[in-house]
Design a protein around this ligand. Structure first.
Ligand code: 0GY
Length: 289
């Protein structure tokens, strides 16, 4: 583990908000354990091990039923820890993998059987070396045949340049963490408007209203992030997902308490109907149709 790496909260509080039956944590990770599932040589950070048993324990503690486990950059294109977690999930987890263009159809087929339903394209420069867009497009056309979708991770200043590429992708696209808006600019800023108008114009784009802990400037009551997530939930109620982002790699400001994160949900999805779409209907439609 890197010397400045903050391990996940050892003892989160129980949330006050009771999530609806069948709720899905649609963005979380498993890391290692490194002695079984070593981190990738090309990684940009070395996390604290965060094994599947701990993830499933947290899922139960918070009241969730299912997980969507997203491959993170520290495991590179080796999805073994993810696949192992899927195999031990009793069909209660789905996966988002990071794959090489050289992956065989047989390997993709095995991943599909294990519960992988998407690939992730990461454009965040501090996390990965750039992949040529033609390579991503090649992967996109192959996984589209399996009925998978594409999860993309980028930061707000990169959206404009990425739009032509994103428009070429042949599947549903899920944007991680609201496209990482600059919270200091407020919801009315043109960069967040670019994101909402991009969603309005392209009905295949979904987003995760996750990660107030990463985006906040003010700190862990997350007041400053709530208007962004609430805007997206109300404007695109059928295309939003929510996740804990456990174990929160690369947090520097504070260690998030997942009970507090769950208690943000009724502030961004104020009605029972919106909460059900966000936590149950939308992720089930995408990952357990
Ligand atoms: C997240 C966010 C981060 C890390 C990764 O793949 C990754 O390593 O996604 C981050 O550092 O912002 O979703 O876990």
């Amino acid at each position: 583990m890197d010397p400045d790496y903050l391990p996940y909260h050892p003892n989160p509080q129980r949330p006050t908000f009771k999530v609806p039956a069948g709720a899905v944590d649609a963005h979380c990770h498993v890391f290692g354990p490194a002695d079984h599932f070593p981190y990738a040589a090309e990684r940009k950070y070395t996390p604290c091990d965060a094994p599947k048993e701990k993830l499933f324990e947290l899922r139960d503690f918070l009241g969730f039923e299912r997980n969507v486990i997203v491959q993170a950059s520290c495991h590179g294109q080796n999805n073994d820890a993810l696949l192992d977690a899927l195999h031990h999930s009793n069909n209660m987890a789905r996966g988002v993998a990071i794959v090489s263009p050289d992956i065989s159809d047989q390997e993709l087929g095995e991943m599909d059987k294990a519960g992988v339903r998407a690939v992730r394209f990461n454009f965040v420069k501090r996390l990965v070396d750039a992949t040529p867009k033609e390579v991503f497009l090649g992967i996109a056309h192959r996984i589209a045949k399996l009925g998978w979708h594409i999860v993309v991770y980028f930061e707000a200043p990169d959206l404009e340049e990425l739009i032509p590429f994103l428009k070429q992708l042949p599947t549903t696209i899920v944007v991680d963490h609201m496209g990482r808006p600059d919270i200091s600019k407020g919801v009315d800023d043109e960069s967040f408007r670019l994101f909402t108008s991009f969603l309005s114009a392209n009905p295949n784009i979904w987003t995760k209203v996750s990660c107030p802990e990463r985006l906040t400037i003010k700190g862990p009551n997350y007041d400053d992030v709530v208007p962004f997530a609430k805007t997206l939930v109300e404007q695109f109620p059928d295309r939003v997902l929510w996740g804990t982002d456990w174990p929160h790699p690369n947090m520097k400001s504070h260690v998030p308490n997942e009970g507090v994160l769950v208690d943000v949900i009724p502030r961004i999805a104020e009605t029972v109907e919106l909460q059900h779409k966000l936590l149950v209907a939308n992720p089930i439609r995408l990952y357990w149709p």
